[in-house]
Design a protein around this ligand. Structure first.
Ligand code: 5GP
Length: 212
């Protein structure tokens, strides 16, 4: 097990509805030393990419992205979520269905912070069905910028997002991939690292894009 998997086993809580709670160290209270280790690992995995900007989405992605940005020495842009939007031509906007809140958010980035000259690493805390990532990718494309890679803390490999994003051809690096979990026993199964490209059997058999 790597450092993040060990921490998930120690402090993560499996909830009903395929939700893994990691709020004691990742997305409510944040363990900054752990985030720093994650940032170093993202830098190692994307060492050969000409990344000049990190893009994430509020709120949980911001802390992870900011600590990672210190390793890349680049600025962070975070997409804002809004229920009601004022389209004024100076924003990139994408629609994203929230896995945790079951609603549609508009995610918004000001055009002045993303353009064709940008080589972007997208970072987020979780990957489930991939809706958040697809919205962020759409925003990068609208800007004429390049997605150099995608870094995720925890991918739920039994949901379809990872496979969909990899099939689109992106370098997707998830520091921990959970292939199964059980709310009753608290059991969490991780995909062995280095075998993270093919996808689990369950995932391969039932792939569909769950995003609106
Ligand atoms: P997706 O868009 O890939 O379906 O879901 C990704 C987003 O939903 C992440 O940004 C994260 O905030 C939230 N999310 C998805 N699954 C989980 C989970 O199991 N636990 C927590 N804490 N957040 C999740």
């Amino acid at each position: 097990m790597n450092f993040l998997e060990e921490r998930i086993v120690k402090d993560g809580v499996v909830k009903e509805g395929n939700v893994l709670k990691v709020d004691s160290f990742l997305n409510h209270q944040m363990d900054i030393k752990l985030l720093d280790q994650m940032g170093a690992e993202f830098k190692r995995r994307f060492a050969d990419k000409p990344i000049n900007k990190i893009l994430t989405i509020e709120a949980s992605g911001i802390g992870i992205a900011c600590i990672a940005a210190q390793h890349f020495d680049v600025p962070v842009v975070f997409a804002k979520k809004s229920q009601s939007i004022n389209l004024d031509g100076e924003m990139y906007v994408a629609e994203v269905e929230s896995f945790t809140h079951k609603c549609i958010n508009h995610v918004i980035v000001a055009q002045k912070f993303l353009g064709p000259e940008d080589h972007v690493l997208i970072i987020d805390d979780f990957l489930a069905n991939g809706c958040a990532l697809q919205g962020l990718i759409q925003i990068v494309q609208s800007a004429g910028a390049t997605v150099e890679g995608i870094g995720i803390a925890i991918e739920k490999g039994f949901q379809s997002g990872g496979r969909i994003i990899r099939n689109l051809g992106y370098q997707l690096e998830s520091l921990a991939i959970v292939d199964g979990m059980d709310a009753e026993t608290g059991r969490i199964d991780f995909r062995p690292q280095g075998e993270d490209v093919g996808g689990s059997e369950a995932e391969n058999s039932g792939e569909k894009n769950e995003c609106k």
